[in-house]
Write a protein that binds this ligand. Structure first.
Ligand code: PMP
Length: 362
């Protein structure tokens, strides 16, 4: 057994996993092993929706593995990377004694998953420039910490964590904790190297990828966890038997053809150009104090009065994310890069707000 697996919950390691009908037998001319309806559903007569989906559809698994440059056995597909975060916490953290470590400000679901499971959250704030404090982090790792979540590029700051930092963490906690590298925004970080390149040398690294961002499939809920095959096998024990709906599998396959990937790349070019245009123009606004550098499809910016800007953008039909309550992000809003026309609307709104003279008090 992989040494890091000994850190999983003993009851999960001992669990007799559920064996679904589709796992036991996938194809036959007469399928009578899953208590399914023998007819296609009303409303979708030409579909196979009366059948349970394949738990890990081989064609999708193979294509994702090819795109991510890993072996199929290293890949667990689930309902977005959110499901992967939840599975990791459930498989590794015992209620009341185990912990995760995070580097705020960062993605909020790590904490929610941990608290749902009754695990403790240890926070090691990012340093100036939103870089992780590896020394402080390692100083806080004790026997309770099972998972270290590092989001790179980080949401909501847009910053990339160097591969060398990830490797240093992985080496330091080798058989004690998993370093979970959340790469939800990886495709936007043009020259970055994925942490998947560290997997061969470090069995305690787990990488999360998603089709929700660059591949424009947030509504289909398809995410991947990439790790040593034994970690994937462990997590399958706690995953629901049929996590991926058939229409979502089909949508994912359609979004991953060669042509679709070419389109995705061309769209990223637009997003990156637009991000630079938005950042450049926003920096000239009297409303904006700082636009933080970003390698993602969003910008995090500090405003003179974030609450007022949020409200006034909303009044113009533009909703952005208020992240001003996050650690170190007082006065900040996170703005997703939209279409050029949508970004124009944001800039026009900021321009209007800068030129509006204060109302005289009566
Ligand atoms: N990780 C990060 C950093 C995210 O920002 C998000 C979604 N906002 C997720 C994971 C979850 O993505 P998914 O749609 O794949 O569940």
């Amino acid at each position: 057994m992989l040494p890091i697996l000994a850190r999983a919950r003993p009851d999960i390691l001992a669990l007799q996993p559920y064996s679904s009908a589709r796992m036991e037998a996938r194809h036959a001319s007469i399928m009578l092993n899953a208590n399914e309806a023998p007819w296609a559903p009303v409303g979708n007569p030409d579909s196979a929706l009366n059948r349970y989906p394949d738990p890990q559809p081989p064609a999708l698994r193979a294509r994702l593995a090819e795109i991510y440059g890993v072996a199929s056995a290293q890949l667990l597909i689930g309902r977005g990377s959110d499901e992967a975060i939840d599975l990791l916490v459930r498989a590794f953290c015992r209620e009341g004694c185990d912990a995760i470590a995070i580097t705020p400000p960062t993605y909020g679901m790590y904490t929610v998953a941990a608290h749902t499971q009754g695990a403790t959250v240890i926070e090691i704030p990012l340093l100036e420039g939103f870089h992780p404090d590896a020394d402080a982090l390692l100083a806080r790792i004790d026997d309770c910490v099972k998972l270290i979540f590092i989001c790179t590029p980080n949401n909501p700051t847009g910053t990339l964590v160097p591969l060398a930092t990830l490797e240093r963490l992985a080496v330091a906690v080798r058989e004690r904790a998993l370093v979970v590298v959340d790469e939800a925004y990886f495709e936007f970080a043009r020259d970055a190297e994925s942490a998947t390149t560290l997997l061969a040398a470090h069995a305690n690294i787990v990488v999360l990828r998603t089709l929700s961002k660059a591949f424009a499939l947030a509504g289909a809920r398809v995410g991947s966890l990439i790790a040593h095959a034994q970690i994937v096998a462990l997590l399958r024990r706690v995953q629901a038997p049929y996590p991926l709906p058939i229409p979502c599998i089909d949508a994912a396959l359609a979004a991953l053809t060669e042509t679709a990937v070419t389109t995705m790349r061309a769209r990223i070019d637009i997003v990156l150009d637009e991000r630079e245009r938005l950042a450049r123009t926003m920096m000239k606004s009297a409303q904006v104090l700082t636009v933080y550098p970003s390698v993602t499809n969003f910008l995090c910016a500090r405003f003179v009065d974030a609450e007022k800007i949020y409200g006034q953008l909303l009044a113009r039909g533009i909703v952005v994310r208020d992240v001003s309550h996050y650690m170190k992000l007082a006065g900040c809003l996170r703005i997703t890069i939209g279409t050029p026309a949508e970004n124009d609307a944001v800039l026009a709104a900021l321009d209007d707000l800068s030129t509006v003279s204060p109302q005289p008090s009566l």
